[in-house]
Design a protein. Sequence first.
Lengths: 261, 281
Amino acid sequence: MKKEKVLSFIYDTLYFVASMAILILLWALISNVTKNEIPGPKPTYTVFKELMQEPFYDYGPNDKGIGNQLMSSLYRVFIGFGAGSLIAIPLGLLMGSSKLMMRLLNPIVQILRPVSPLAWFPLGLLAFHAAEGATIFIIIITSLWPTLINTAFGVSSIPQDHKNVGTAFGFSAWKYLTKILIPFSLPHIITGLRLSIGIAWMVIVAGEMLSGGVGIGFFVWDSWNGLSLEKILVAIIIIGLVGVILDKMFNALQNAFAWDK
Amino acid sequence: MMQELETIENTKPLTAVTPETAIAIKNVSVSFKTKKGVFNALNDISLDIKRGEIVTLIGHSGCGKSTLMNTVSGMVAPTSGTVTANDKIVKGPGPDRGIVFQNYSLLPWLSVFQNIYQAVDSVMKDKTATEKREIVNKNLDMVNLMSHKNKLPGQLSGGMKQRVAIARAFAISPSILLLDEPFGALDALTKSDMQIELLKLWNLANRDKTIVMVTHDVEEAIFLSDRVVVMNNGPAATIKKIVDVNLPRPRNKKDISHDPEYIKIHDELLTLLFHKFSIDD
């Protein structure tokens, strides 16, 4: 059993390394074809090392290290995602447990869900009179939908068998909520949160490009203005890696709360 | 294992059965609204069940036997007529009636102990946590699941899950037990063990608990029951016949099948359930 685990870990690692090799090879190829207009892996790595030497330097509002940029983006993402979830989960519980609410609110969800974060930005500016507020606002309003929909779906799909237990043994509303409804819906809610954090992380880059200030999105825009394509590529890699880490975190959470394993 | 359980059954004295009525079903009809219109499941059924009696409801699938039992549990409200349990008209589920569902209906995220504890906690509000835990442990012990109390239902076999469900129903100490095809999903050997176990529990409770059980297993019905209620095929099902089982208790699973009375009842039930014995080929 343990030997199999070690073996599968070795295989996973090998496949990962191979996959990265393909990516770097493709990248080098494209860089070659464009005659180094798009920087290759090597010059990008040099810039990456430079940036990593002092990631948290702070030379005033428009010149901060990449670590600072990343931290302020993560901070916004968690504020926006947290606030979005605080709206989405109770609303989802409500929609899932009441057919009336589902039918009443679902059309609103369906219409607002596909709206691009960029379209929301001016409304955010209007409401908060500041770019910071607007950025967090667009994260809230674009990342809450998967959590809302998954929560509502989870609650509405509680099997009759489980509900019968509550009825037959006279569970109070509180006991029903804490021993049946929430435990059953939790895996669905976490799946929703996992999708939501992915969206939030995607939206932050766009938001910060519009808002300016500090953040990984702003860093990309700023590097473009400074014509440092290497920096942009470094940022893209970091954005991707952080996205994977966030996803893995929620994946671990999903496994921790899965009761049907 | 079987021998041992039968001995336990032998040692328990039979208490005097008071002929009081535990359940009175009076002119009960049940109809459901479906997309295709109104479906009449039960039509004008009357049945009295005495305290301490074991009654099985038998019939083909979809004949409404579960629906009839659910009018007693309170999970289904009769469209007309009344059901009285323990001298009170049934208006919904209550702690005086313990239910064992067909598919165990354990909550998969709660341990065996917690599954029972939550039911006890919900029903016995005036007891302390220690008392409630003792009740759970006592009932787990009765079904020999003490060593599995911290497992999740997903880690148990079908027979063990059903024992948890039975322990849960017993734990709230109801005077009436309602079992909806409780052993239907079990293999033949486990099923026999469970039937004996059920009788053992009934004996431990001084044969004072009234048991109503839905089944489609003729042998099971005879082995367990005092009376077998044979239902007509639905829609608008009625009681076809009530067959008395006058076999002395304790009953021995192995010997009983040679008893002439058993064979007579067995034949009668088969005739009632299947009009034609021959298969046209």
